[in-house]
Design a protein around this ligand. Structure first.
Ligand SMILES: Nc1ncnc2c1ncn2[C@@H]1O[C@H](COP(=O)(O)OP(=O)(O)OP(=O)(O)O)[C@@H](O)[C@H]1O
Ligand SMILES: Nc1ccn([C@H]2C[C@H](O)[C@@H](COP(=O)(O)O)O2)c(=O)n1
Length: 242
């Protein structure tokens, strides 16, 4: 199978299991929507951003300079990431330590975004991501799921929303957790992350040529799930729970 980077990947175990990819910028709702779609399908779920965030967190723990690509590549190979289902809640262990909360911080997101621009880091994480492709199927969320990691996915969605709406969602998410935040600061962070993710040389954030773009500005979560499930149905995939 040739992907958009021109690499030739031989078929591996589980590679025939169907995949739905949900890519998009920060705060577009990829994680929320992917989890709900995976639940409806009765399929596995991959939060690919968590892998990049885990490397960012491990680099922080090891005092590794984000401007030292060689050390970051070594850190990527050395970092063990485990996903655990804790009564329906996904927990992420980094080198054996539960880092679920730390992974969701803006510091971890910004570190992940910087690290994700290093081609060798992306290469090192490729097979780890593809290993999630198991029967009965996989819903994968990220930036390059439809373009690079699973170019043969059965259904591809690109979720988007205005930067202002995404900043507003993040504001609410953090305020609900009791974190004191500033809306204009969040908007600046979102715009900076969009620019870094979309302008990097390798696997930039962009819709796959065969992706359906869903603009979620002004849409509620249930409405977005409905639209994504319509794309999934159009691809001939049937949810487990109707
Ligand atoms: N359509 C929607 N309407 C309102 N709020 C939404 C919608 N989709 C997601 N949210 C909320 O927005 C916040 C961010 O969503 P989520 O974490 O799923 O985004 P994301 O794209 O995965 O972000 P990131 O890439 O930074 O991890 C969450 O609090 C979520 O509940
Ligand atoms: N497939 C992916 C997933 C994530 N990244 C990078 C870029 C993001 O800014 C950062 C954090 O991701 P998030 O948890 O916000 O989805 O990780 C990427 O380059 N490719």
């Amino acid at each position: 199978m040739d992907n958009e980077n021109g690499n030739h990947a031989p078929p591996g175990p589980g590679q025939t299991a169907p995949v739905i990819t949900i890519d998009g910028p920060s705060g577009s709702g990829k994680g929320t929507i992917s989890r709900l779609v995976a639940e409806r399908m009765g399929w596995h779920y991959l939060d690919s951003g968590a892998l990049y965030r885990a490397v960012g967190v491990a680099a922080g723990w090891g005092d590794i300079d984000l401007a030292d690509p060689a050390a970051l590549v070594r850190c990527t190979f050395d970092t063990v990431v485990e996903f655990r289902d804790d009564g329906g809640e996904l927990r992420v262990l980094v080198n054996g330590t539960d880092a679920t909360g730390e992974l969701r911080t803006e510091t971890a997101g910004a570190a992940a975004s910087a690290i994700a621009a290093i081609p060798e880091v992306r290469e090192a994480l490729k097979e780890r991501q593809r290993a999630f492709r198991q029967a009965p199927g996989l819903v994968a969320d990220g930036r390059d799921m439809g373009t690079v990691i699973f170019p043969d996915a059965r259904a591809k969605v690109f979720l988007t929303a205005s930067a202002e709406e995404r900043a507003g969602r993040r504001y609410k998410q953090l305020s609900d957790k009791g974190v004191s935040v500033n809306l204009s600061g969040l908007l600046r962070e979102i715009l900076a992350r969009d620019a870094r993710d979309a302008n990097r040389a390798v696997a930039p954030l962009r819709p796959a040529a065969d992706a359906v773009t869903v603009d979620t500005t002004g849409l509620g979560i249930d409405e977005v799930v409905g639209r994504v499930l319509a794309v999934v149905a159009q691809a001939g995939l049937v949810p487990e729970q109707q």
